[in-house]
Write a protein that binds this ligand. Structure first.
Ligand code: PMV
Length: 326
């Protein structure tokens, strides 16, 4: 059977997915909006063959943990669709550290979905690929289409999918990713989603989301950066409000997370406009216009506690590449 390799970007959500309507199917409580990231990517090669077991190699090492089980479950979904029972050899590499609040599961499961579907001989539409990617990890649905992406919440498997509403070149905003720790976080997003409903603020959050999503898309349409940024920042803090008030509380921030946010706000007061957003981790994503990206990157690199800064622009979604990992 053919071997296939896919490259997929991570993405940063402007309207976040936090809380599931259906755990088995990864159906979200609400729709979300994101942008694909140019320098935080996963590359994955899959080949189906006669081996007795699936073999998964991550950054050159055999994977055996919980992550292995998640990969095998996802391969099972692909095998079922393709009507095959062959085991797979999978190799995968990231261009960034694992579990620090960059949605590594988004790029990881998007790349695995496309590579495995292609190696299994399936020819799926973009929508079908995003539905399949979603089953691996919700946010992976948004790493399949290009550029600026909306994930429609839907009510069942087939209608919860992501699509591109603007190509990457539509607007040259940047995500300056400011990492403050390279340690793996203690509570993964799978557990986190399950805790969302324990927050007394969750229902209020969910009630406000549809109108917020419309306002965000309107600001994107107008390319109104100040309105757009203000919505993005408030939305991230709203989600973290739910996390902080869950039971048990989820505190993803490190001291340096707050130091970076405060520096961003100070720089903004001084005229260097940018806004923060954070996923389920301590990493701060600083959203700015391209003309300010380099200066922000330089200024934020010198903040105490910052370990790495990576400037990202919007890019295409998952795609097949010719160069295999094995
Ligand atoms: O796809 P998951 O289960 O890793 O959830 C991602 C959740 C957030 O990154 C916090 C928000 C989002 O929409 O990406």
């Amino acid at each position: 059977m053919a071997k296939a390799t896919a490259l997929a970007p991570s993405n940063i959500a402007f309207i976040k997915y936090w809380g599931k309507r259906d755990v088995r199917l990864n159906l979200p409580v609400n729709g979300s909006v994101s942008m694909n990231l140019s320098r935080l990517q996963t590359i994955t090669t899959v080949e189906f063959g006669d081996d007795k077991k699936d073999r998964v190699v991550f950054d050159g090492r055999n994977v055996k943990s919980r992550f292995y089980k998640r990969v095998v479950s996802h391969l099972d979904r692909v095998r079922k669709l393709a009507g095959i029972s062959l085991r797979a050899r999978v190799a995968t590499e990231n261009t960034f550290p694992f579990g620090v609040g960059i949605a590594s599961s988004a790029s990881g499961f998007a790349a695995l979905t496309l590579a495995a579907a292609s190696a299994a001989g399936l020819s799926l539409s973009e929508r079908e690929l995003s539905v399949l990617g979603r089953r691996g990890s919700g946010s992976a649905a948004r790493s399949i289409p290009d550029g600026y992406v909306e994930w429609v919440a839907g009510t069942q498997d087939a209608d919860s999918y992501a699509y591109s509403f603007y190509p990457p070149e539509y607007w040259d905003i940047c995500d300056v990713v400011v990492m403050v720790s390279k340690r793996q976080k203690a509570v993964g997003s799978t557990q986190g989603h399950a805790l969302a409903r324990t927050s007394p603020f969750f229902r209020a959050r969910v009630r406000g989301l549809p109108a917020k999503l419309v306002r965000l898309k309107e600001a994107l349409k107008e390319k109104d950066f100040s309105t757009f940024g203000a919505i993005v920042e408030a939305e991230a803090l709203n989600m973290h409000g739910v996390m902080l008030t869950s039971s048990p509380a989820l505190v993803y921030w490190e001291p340096a997370t707050i130091t970076v946010m405060q520096r961003v706000w100070l720089l903004r007061e001084g005229g260097l406009e940018s806004y923060v957003t954070l996923d389920a981790g301590p990493t701060v994503h600083v959203i700015c216009q391209k003309l300010n990206a380099r200066e922000l990157s330089r200024k934020l690199s010198s903040v105490r506690g910052v370990v790495d800064v990576v400037v990202n622009r919007p890019v295409d979604g998952a795609r097949i590449v010719k160069k295999h990992l094995f």
